[in-house]
Design a protein around this ligand. Sequence first.
Ligand SMILES: *[C@@H]1O[C@H](CO)[C@@H](O)[C@H](O)[C@H]1NC(C)=O
Ligand SMILES: *[C@@H]1O[C@H](CO)[C@@H](O)[C@H](O)[C@H]1NC(C)=O
Ligand SMILES: *[C@@H]1O[C@H](CO)[C@@H](O)[C@H](O)[C@H]1NC(C)=O
Ligand SMILES: *[C@@H]1O[C@H](CO)[C@@H](O)[C@H](O)[C@H]1NC(C)=O
Length: 636
Amino acid sequence: MLFLPLVSLALLSLASAEPRISPLITHEKRSHIPAGWSHTHRHDPVAVLPLRIGLVQSNMDKLEKLLLDVSGPESANYGKHWSAGKVSQTFAPSRETVDTVRDWLTGSGIEASRVKLSGARTWIELNATVEEAERLLNTEYHVYSHTTGKEHVACDSYKLPEHVSKHVDFILPSIHFDAVIKRDNNSSGSGGTLSNIGQPGVGLKPKTTGTIGSIINELEACDQQITLICLRALYGIVYVPVATDRNSYGIVEYTPQAYLQTDLNMFFGNFSPNLVGKSPAMVSVDGGYAQTEYTGFGYNGESDLDLQYGMSLVDPLPVTLYQTGDMVEGASFNNFLDAIDGSYCTFEGGDDPYYDSTYPDPYGGGYEGPEDCGTAAPAHVISTSYGYNEAELSPAYAARQCAEYAKLGLMGTTVLYSSGDDGVAGNGNVCLDANGNEVYGGTRFNPTFPGVCPYVTSVGATQVNPGASVTEPESACMQVIYSGGGFSNYFALPSYQAAAVEHYLTAYPPAYSASQYNATGKARGFPDVAANGANYVVAVDGEFELVYGTSASSPVTGSILTLVNDARLAIGKSPIGFINPTIYSPAFAGAFHDITTGSNPGCGTNGFNATPGWDPVTGLGTPNFPQLLARWLALP
Ligand SMILES: *[C@@H]1O[C@H](CO)[C@@H](O)[C@H](O)[C@H]1NC(C)=O
Ligand SMILES: *[C@@H]1O[C@H](CO)[C@@H](O)[C@H](O)[C@H]1NC(C)=O
Ligand SMILES: *[C@@H]1O[C@H](CO)[C@@H](O)[C@H](O)[C@H]1NC(C)=O
Ligand SMILES: *[C@@H]1O[C@H](CO)[C@@H](O)[C@H](O)[C@H]1NC(C)=O
């Protein structure tokens, strides 16, 4: 009778002693306070922090291998894409992970009833006082204020017991807060959201040189005006889709960016008569709709461009428009990813409210419904012409989102992002200082995210050279915009790209030092491919304008890949999915028009040079549709 309690007491004390015998190790650390912030005071010990503990997923170390297994052109499993259920099962945190973190909390004196596990078992949440959080994480919380008046709670570093650390991805709030205010800077007129990448002046957007006097629409004039006939001639696009019942092509837009039907009709009337009166098939994510309250190039340029060219090039396949975010808060890439993959909503700590919008919209007057979570189907090809600068995001946040792109690849979706329009500088022409902070006048190159993610296909920009014909080789785009490109400071060189990057760095060593770019030779290089990005004739607000940007290159490339999918689907093959391992493989040598002239200036330099073979300006080159079609049809 007495014996039993003694045993369980002994076990209990053993369990609770475990955290104390496991050494504390630093889990995350930040070296500096981001520019614009200053320390205000130590946080009030009785204030409550919503602690969110992101659990490490299973099998993440095998992610690249698993993705290559279905995407490598020589793999026996090429094209055998996974179901969403298999993806979520394979990567869900293990029971051991959940139990270890929970036991650590209860063993540290937190009542079990206060610890909540998310439905998908992917994160653990707890309301802790500052005092409790400081004790758990062996840290101090401080309040910082920004020049804009915003306040933020953060610590400089935190520690976890070694046996817990390996099961935790990251904890919020902690060291993370650097990115947000930069995008908030100019989001005038909105609810002061941090993540509203659709706002004019925020993130990557196309540029215009204004209204044009008259449309030329002749193959002889593709150096002055790009129209559909120029693109078809440049890339050999002769194909009419037949598998429209099985195929899909998605273009993502972030509210308040929106198309105007009158603009689509005006463009189609001139160039694609079949499409007059047609609209994209809109999928509203988190209250997104094609707003018409605000107009002008800053609101309509991106969507009008993407849809006029995307819809025309894949006609008669309807284009899916993922219109993302409401008018008040807008949205981030994670909000969109949540909508097309339910398992991502709660993946590794869930979205980060410092970066991502929360729904129902807490600001009022916006979208009051629940956040879209697994409510939209991913299209076979998804093109997005928006981007952040890598340095605006914490490495953990960027890595989490990047892994999601790999999962979309496992499921057979091709994900394209434009590579940026400021050459080796970041969006807004901002570069980095020696610590990796964004500063005006910085001299370190500033890569674009998500193009730096190795599981995304990044698309750079080219031009028909002034005075040149449409049959002559293009150059890297060097008018109005410069093709974004370079090497990541966060992401390692993926195996599929190793030979291409090594060839570039040894055959054409860049004349820059390690203080200007990640010269280790071990970093992910981007873009992967390119397409024309200069002088597009686009109908915007009732007038034709000339438009420039990788914003054009990405939907055009997406259209071409969608046509390849059509031909494969028509004969019962799978969609092409994650294309990078294929396009870098020897089997695809020569399937792109190699771009060997031009460069991508930025940060006070000439940038990198376009060279024979892959280069960090135009990637492997521009699509040669007949070649791509033949080679992809030859794959199983
Ligand atoms: C934390 O507190 C908030 C506000 O009271 C509540 O909505 C939330 O459910 C709590 N979370 C947990 C894990 O108890
Ligand atoms: C906003 O960004 C500009 C650079 O465009 C900078 O000069 C200015 O100080 C920033 N404003 C705030 C309030 O941070
Ligand atoms: C921010 O907005 C102000 C006022 O609208 C404008 O003058 C400034 O150029 C903008 N800065 C950036 C970086 O867009
Ligand atoms: C360069 O890239 C590698 C691989 O991702 C990374 O480990 C390293 O920290 C990067 N170096 C710098 C200076 O950013």
